[in-house]
Design a protein around this ligand. Structure first.
Ligand code: 5RP
Length: 262
């Protein structure tokens, strides 16, 4: 089964497996959202089942909560947890300072709240998520439904004064209807192409009435675990400035792959 994984899925899985090895019994862990985070949840579920790992997970979306319960992870709310030891999540882009764009999966609000309430945030990603500067991936911004078109116009006006290469904005759709977040909000995607000053942009955006949160994660992430399609994994730590390699034997994971079915 593992041999049928595409190189990109293999890279995501390997990053998730490495990050899952950092989780210890007794920890309260923030569980991210997206395809890479789903691998993480499965890897943790396997450790719960096979190694007796005892953790409490705080999911960042209904999707992740459902998967976590399915694989045997105890799920609690952030208010029950109050503070977390570690959050592990995917990202749409990360740069050399480990600043991120997140929200491609529409869960940026809970993801940012949960990551910020953690001693440590680890991002798991395949190497395609690494960028010189943020912004090629459209920046998701969560806005409340009331007056969203006015909020969109205010964002477009604010972008005129920003160091960005593009200024188009679009309402995220789900088929013929607007995409609705777990909080009942909408997502505007900002097509900026390149963001010159992500910190400033994040501050400016969050001052616009109607914006709940934006997908820039500045100084939140501590480590990125990067998976490569050839089986290589690297761990980049922004605090130590280190890049440490790791290797896996995918054959050890036949059980995990078998759980997925065909
Ligand atoms: C969801 C996210 C995801 O972490 C991000 O979109 C990456 O997803 P994937 O692991 O599927 O590439 O921010 O809101």
């Amino acid at each position: 089964m593992s041999s049928t994984l595409s190189p990109i899925d293999k890279a995501k899985f390997l990053a998730a497996k490495q990050a899952a090895s950092y989780v210890e019994t007794g920890m309260k862990v923030g569980l991210g959202t997206g395809s890479t985070a789903a691998w993480l949840v499965r890897c943790l579920g396997e450790r719960v089942r096979d190694q007796g790992l005892q953790i409490k997970g705080v999911p960042t979306s209904h999707r992740t909560a459902d998967l976590a319960r399915e694989v045997g992870i105890e799920v609690i709310t952030l208010d029950e947890a109050k503070w977390l030891d570690l959050t592990i999540d995917g990202a749409d882009e990360y740069d050399g300072q480990l600043n991120l764009i997140k929200g491609g999966g529409g869960a940026l609000l809970q993801e940012k709240i949960v990551a910020t309430a953690s001693d440590q945030m680890i991002v798991i990603a395949d190497i395609s998520k690494q960028v010189e500067s943020l912004g090629a991936f459209p920046l998701p911004v969560e806005v409340i439904p009331f007056g969203w078109q006015t909020t969109k116009a205010l964002i477009e006006e604010a972008l005129i004064g920003m160091d960005v290469l593009g200024r188009a904005t679009s309402l995220r759709m789900n088929g013929d209807s607007p995409y609705v977040t777990d909080e009942g909000n909408r997502i505007l995607d900002l097509h900026l192409n390149r963001i010159g000053n992500a910190r400033q942009l994040s501050l400016v955006l969050n001052q616009i009435p109607g914006i709940v949160e934006n997908g820039l994660f500045i100084d939140v992430c501590d480590k990125v675990v990067v998976g490569f399609g050839d089986g290589k994994v690297e761990v980049r730590d922004i605090n130590d400035g280190t890049v440490v390699p790791a290797f896996f034997d995918l054959h050890e994971d036949e059980n995990l792959f078998a759980d997925l079915g065909d």
